[in-house]
Design a protein around this ligand. Structure first.
Ligand code: ADP
Ligand code: MG
Length: 924
């Protein structure tokens, strides 16, 4: 204790002598304020046109190489003057400082009511001059619209365009909004657009431009609170429960018969014998699962996949050894620890096959198609800035995670709010009664009251107490942003009582007496007549004016906290609602020993102290020491939460690096109109791998596995080549074989191209490359997820789970790229012109690919090429037929156009009613 207080004394002394770091930072900015103010008379003398023309002049100067920093004083002066003329608001000096802090890519901590929305216009205007787009990020759509609407007046006066991104916009509308000089929107919209853009098929379809600068309003809400959960785009995996069941019935019967399968216990693989293949086909026909064609026909690929997984479920997996059945669920047993892995699932349909085998409900799976954390999304911006009323308590996190420095900006007018010490009660019930008593007392004076609670449930409890006492009040619970904004705006009216669950990020400030602008807006809606509107406005102004006086006299807004939140920041947000712009006000927090925070983190000492004081029912203790003890508890929780977020992020960073690489590569593919070279490259690579897998280095021909090679080349490249004969040739080696295969593959490819026309082939190549890439990436995400969930168990072996995760994730990434090569090659080697469309129904087999590392919870056999099961392709054989101009079928030119213009999920233009990707756009 002594040491600490001596240290803090020294710190105080040092601050007095040298000023705090914040003071010094501020001074540097403050020095530029007179410079901006000095320009004011000259700028005021300009006509509206001349003022607007300044934007053109600035743009030219930027184009000629003048830095934005150098332009700052003039640009700020012009923006301030335009705001004065258009909005009737002239930026205060402290707002100029806030603007400079934002321009510097830092966080401006400015209290509620300091006018941060207006502050934002300064750096927005300055940075928009560079023409690369500025994003302004808000916490909800209502605020995005509201702020864009208001500030667009200013920006358009200055010759800049403004766009807003809200839900349900078309891509064209989004593209236009992003092409604007300034774009408002929520973190969710920006983030989802980013993810969606990276799932598109051409650059022209993308909606976002490259990122340049983002200003995040309520930055703590977005970068800390919301950053706890990532953005995820997911889609349901295709539901084929019925197929699982009918296939299961067949396979259950099949495995009872002799000589139907070969099992390799060590490799944990199982394949059907030739006899087994015949039998299963027969049984499937009998069961009506196969209606036409053989099992190995291309349109029965999905069935094959199901058969394979079902076979594995029946022969390789034993109940109560590999898994148990509990509460109607198949739960995996970890083979190393023997622990049950609740919630984990085998991928790729295996888990469903087990569920079918055990006759329990087959769970529908949701698949992650793309995901990103806000941390990693916002790190994509070359320059990032933020503003909020409460950032200082989280300064370390902002610095460490986002490299953002927090600068505390002084208020425009001195704060007059009176903060009373916390009151602590023994029980929650006593506490709420005390709160209700206080509300009842204050309400008599018409002083408006804002009550904060930590949950909707508690809001309702308090509301119930007030209703019992006949006290009128409003309850907010963050569901209707617009309606709530109006209630919040009126929370400063005489006698208003507002109970709110979470005042963070509500973005509407409480004005004493009421909010003229919102009242006018609400009351003049639909009123066409200008004079009538003006009359209404005038009346409202007068009423609010007298109300303002009244509330000022009553002491301003009284804020009551009914609990302390885990984080000091949230308490500060609530408290900060009172005392804006030099208004009077009060704040007081009520606590009880039953509150979570105290119960969990501060109970021992506090309880002992309360006991000592001999507290009686209904009595509270109030002591500055209590506030300090609570603050300490809060700091501990904050630190713990930060650690947790940091840890999550470390894992996400691994995936983030991979995502960046994938997106960059994908973007290259998207940008190109001719991927024939890429396709050839992938093919050559695949051929090399194939040959080396069957021909050991420097070996004699006798040691070659020509039979295996023949099968694999047939399976993957769709070629039948006489390897046994070639092997007999003099001087033939692996390189020679590779060259011959490639020559044949090229020939076949050339024939396909000639058949189809190069134009269509180019489109198909692009589609195949992109869809294959997406498919393997999707599977990889899934596998990473599983790895991540399972990796905690490794910690038992005293290994660092993060390191393990990193290493395996890297191996899996390499395996994913191998898989991608293989898929593209397989598919491209089967693209052909046939005249009949596949029979209905078509199963989207992209969901049920087999190869890749996603098989087991912890993937093994990472480098192993996919096992040929049944002697044919385990991955779907492409059915990319229906390309030929046969009766009623579109000609090549039409098809080419369809490919270019039809989204994959749109109905097929042929009118079949099926999705394009399942019909004429079907590739894989
Ligand atoms: P914050 O986001 O900092 O809590 P807002 O941006 O919501 O504050 O602004 C609070 C209120 O102050 C708004 O009504 C706004 O129009 C007003 N305001 C902001 N700056 C000024 C100014 N320079 N002059 C007059 N009113 C201002
Ligand atoms: Mg705001």
């Amino acid at each position: 204790m002594f040491g600490i207080s001596r240290f803090s004394m020294f710190a105080r002394l040092a601050r007095a002598l040298f000023g705090s770091a914040n003071d010094r930072t501020l001074k540097a900015y403050q020095r530029r304020v007179p410079e901006i103010n000095a320009l004011e008379p000259a700028v005021q003398a300009l006509s509206d046109d001349q003022l607007r023309h300044k934007t053109d002049e600035f743009r030219e100067r930027v184009a000629k190489g003048e830095t934005l920093d150098a332009l700052l004083p003039e640009a700020f002066a012009v923006c301030r003057e335009a705001s004065r003329r258009v909005l009737g608001k002239r930026h205060f000096d402290v707002q100029l400082i806030g603007g400079m802090v934002l321009h510097a890519g830092r966080i401006a901590e400015m209290r509620t009511g300091e006018g941060k929305t207006l502050v934002g216009t300064l750096p927005v205007y300055l940075n928009a001059l560079a023409g690369k787009g500025v994003h302004v990020v808000t916490v909800n759509d209502y605020l995005a619209r509201r702020d864009a609407e208001e500030m667009a007046q200013l920006y358009s006066f200055l010759g800049l365009t403004t766009g807003v991104i809200v839900p349900n916009l078309s891509d064209d509308e989004r593209r236009e909004a992003y092409a604007s000089d300034i774009t408002y929107g929520t973190n969710n919209e920006f983030g989802f657009d980013y993810l969606r853009d990276n799932m598109k098929y051409s650059l022209a379809e993308m909606v976002q431009r490259p990122f340049s600068f983002a200003i995040v309003d309520e930055v703590d809400s977005i970068l800390i609170d919301e950053a706890r959960t990532p953005l995820i785009i997911s889609g349901p995996a295709d539901d084929s429960s019925d197929l699982y069941r009918s296939v299961d019935a067949v396979v259950a019967k099949l495995v009872q018969e002799p000589d139907v399968f070969d099992k390799d216990e060590k490799l944990r693989t199982v394949t059907l014998t030739e006899h087994g293949s015949d039998r299963v086909e027969q049984l499937l026909h009998e069961a009506g699962v196969l209606q036409e064609g053989g099992l190995y026909d291309i349109h029965n690929v999905a069935v094959v996949h199901h058969v394979q997984q079902s076979l594995r479920a029946h022969t390789l997996f034993t109940r109560d050894v590999d898994y148990i059945v509990r509460d109607g669920k198949v739960v995996i047993i970890d083979e190393f620890t023997g622990r049950m892995m609740d919630g984990r699932r085998y991928s790729d349909g295996l888990h469903q096959a087990l569920e079918a085998k055990e006759h329990v409900e087959i769970q529908q799976e949701n698949q992650t198609l793309a995901s990103i954390t806000f941390q990693n999304y916002f790190r994509l911006y070359p320059k990032l800035a933020g503003m909020t009323g409460t950032a200082m308590t989280e300064a370390d996190e902002f610095a460490e995670i986002y490299n953002l420095e927090v600068v505390e900006i002084p208020t425009n007018l001195p704060v007059r709010r009176i903060d009373t010490d916390d009151e602590v009660y023994l029980t929650a019930a006593e506490k709420y009664n005390a709160v209700a008593d206080l509300i009842q007392d204050i309400h008599k004076t018409k002083q408006p009251i804002l009550v904060g609670t930590t949950s909707i449930e508690k809001s309702e409890y308090l509301s119930h107490l007030l209703t019992q006492r006949g006290i009128p009040h409003n309850v907010l619970n963050a569901r209707h942003h617009e309606r709530e904004a109006i209630i919040v705006a009126q929370a400063g009216a005489p006698g208003a009582i507002t109970i709110a669950t979470n005042m963070a990020g509500r973005g509407t400030d409480i004005k004493l007496g009421g909010n003229v602008e919102m009242l006018v807006k609400a009351n003049t809606e639909g009123v066409e007549d200008e004079t009538q509107r003006n009359a209404v406005e005038e009346e409202i102004r007068q009423i609010v004016g007298t109300h303002h006086e009244e509330v000022q006299k009553a002491g301003g807004l009284y804020v009551i906290g009914t609990e302390r939140h885990e984080s000091r920041r949230v308490d500060n947000q609530l408290r900060g609602r009172s005392g804006r712009q030099g208004d009077p006000g009060n704040s007081r927090f009520f606590l009880s020993l039953e509150d979570d925070l105290i119960r969990i983190f501060a109970n021992d000492r506090m309880g002992a102290m309360m006991q000592k004081m001999g507290l009686k029912e209904g009595e509270a203790i109030v002591h500055p020491w209590l506030n300090k003890a609570l603050e300490k508890a809060q700091k501990r929780v904050e630190a713990r939460n930060f650690d947790m977020r940091k840890n999550t992020l470390k894992y996400d960073d691994v995936m983030n690096d991979q995502r960046k690489e994938v997106y960059a590569q994908r973007r290259e593919y998207m940008a190109s109109d001719d991927l024939s070279g890429v396709v050839a490259e992938l093919r050559v690579h695949t051929i090399e791998d194939l040959v080396h897998a069957h021909i050991p280095e420097k070996s004699f021909a006798e040691a070659w596995d020509t039979e295996g090679l023949t099968k694999e080349v047939h399976r993957i490249l769709n070629l039948d080549l006489p390897f046994a004969d070639w092997a007999k040739e003099d001087g033939m080696d692996a390189e020679g074989i590779i060259d011959r295969i490639e020559a044949e593959a090229q020939k076949a490819q050339a024939a396909r191209t000639a058949n189809m026309g190069p134009e269509l082939m180019r489109l198909i190549e692009k589609q195949v490359v992109l869809t294959s890439f997406d498919a393997v990436w999707k599977e990889h995400l899934h596998a990473l997820d599983q790895l991540r969930q399972g990796i905690g168990l490794r910690a038992y072996g005293q290994r660092d789970p993060l390191n393990e995760y990193k290493q395996e994730a890297f191996q899996m990434f390499t395996a994913m790229l191998d898989d991608m090569r293989l898929r593209v090659t397989e598919t491209m080697c089967r693209i052909q012109a046939v005249s009949e469309p596949p029979p209905f129904p078509v199963v989207d087999t992209s969901q049920t690919q087999t190869s890749g590392p996603a098989e087991e919870p912890v993937p093994h056999e990472l480098q192993a090429p996919p096992q040929p099961a049944f002697g044919f392709a385990p991955s779907p054989v492409p059915a990319a037929g229906e390309m030929a101009p046969a009766g009623g079928e579109p000609d090549t030119e039409t098809l080419a156009r369809w490919f270019e213009t039809t989204p994959r999920n749109a109905p097929c233009p042929c009118g079949s009613g099926r999705k394009f990707k399942h019909c004429h756009g079907r590739l894989d």
